[in-house]
Design a protein around this ligand. Sequence first.
Ligand SMILES: CC(=O)SCCNC(=O)CCNC(=O)[C@H](O)C(C)(C)COP(=O)(O)OP(=O)(O)OC[C@H]1O[C@@H](n2cnc3c(N)ncnc32)[C@H](O)[C@@H]1OP(=O)(O)O
Ligand SMILES: O=C([O-])CC(=O)C(=O)O
Length: 374
Amino acid sequence: MAKQLSGAGLRGQVAGKTALSTVGQTGSGLTYRGYDIKELANKCQFEEVAYLILKGKLPNQQELDSYKAKLQTLRGLPQELKDVLERIPKDAHPMDVLRTGCSMLGNLETETSFEQQQEVTDRMLACFPSIICYWYRYSHDGVRIDVETDNDSIGSHFLQMLHGNKPSELHEQVMHVSLILYAEHEFNASTFTARVCASTLSDMHSCVTGAIGSLRGPLHGGANEAAMDMIEKFNSPDHAEEEMMGMLARKEKIMGFGHAIYSESDPRNEIIKQWSEKLAKDVGDEVLYPVSVRCEEVMWREKKLFCNADFFHASAYNFMGIPTKLFTPIFVMSRLTGWAAHVMEQRADNRIIRPSAEYTGEDLRTVTPIAERG
Ligand SMILES: CC(=O)SCCNC(=O)CCNC(=O)[C@H](O)C(C)(C)COP(=O)(O)OP(=O)(O)OC[C@H]1O[C@@H](n2cnc3c(N)ncnc32)[C@H](O)[C@@H]1OP(=O)(O)O
Ligand SMILES: O=C([O-])CC(=O)C(=O)O
């Protein structure tokens, strides 16, 4: 059953057209360019899906190989960008670092014509992991890492830069799945930000910089970090249940649950949940995964609220040794594909996005001379 969509937040209003994805058309489904998310997550690498979203079709083997090889050549960071990253303090939020990094890249490698849109997107796709890890390792460990590894997949390369060694096959696979699940989602808040910016005929870096800012909030992409902050406080499923009941009684929002469009479930959840379970077994976890499962049960039982894409990403990323504050930047590494494809779509059939407002202020009045004002 589809969700009843109306009310504030432009809910239920068609704000444009897209051929990129469908969200919740049957209450729970998600497709990218006509392909079901479950099949994509099962059969594809992230780079295949990025190619599909950005270039319109699934690549054949030779196209995929050359796309991955091309992205590998685009990972390096200009010295001016490294200099900026080195000046950002350790306690900055990595989403702010990425927002600044993207903006700086736009100064150094400005998109001067829309004909460059695929090229500047590929460059961002290749170097966002470098920006995150270069800053993180410099500010936290005092090392200037080499951002050009021989690892040919984006997610695995990210883990390699973060941890300093090649990740296991399991971790590589989970990163493919995670990045596929996060890649595209119709007119969500960050994508809509990108499209509004694109509709003024602005450049790709500005559109993406704005989108990063929108994704950062805990009601959107920031929920994976907020979910982790919550579950790591629970030392057993019973403890989780007790605390959650208290939060619900106090009418607190519980991050990682609920969705603006889906009514029954978020199809990405069952996929990432399975991988989180595999990772839990791999690390011998006996707390975080069972705690997460209990949170899911309590929210469904009490509120009929289901886990969205973010909830089981928290435990999955934690099991791979990823620091919590890097969770949402990983989302950016993936969603960049959706944002850029939407910018391209907007540009191809553009009219400036400029809705109207219902005025609720004062009636017309005159300006009292300043000396007479109380
Ligand atoms: C990748 C992503 O961006 S997925 C979304 C990530 N965000 C989160 O996980 C944050 C937590 N979730 C939420 O805040 C919301 O569910 C949103 C922002 C995702 C969707 O917001 P809305 O479309 O306004 O939610 P919806 O209309 O379904 O809310 C219905 C009711 O459930 C409540 N509700 C919804 N989600 C939650 C939650 N996570 N915890 C507690 N209550 C909730 C709402 O407050 C609302 O109650 P009310 O009628 O008393 O005001
Ligand atoms: O669609 C939304 O509103 C939020 C979401 O799940 C996403 O962007 O992946």
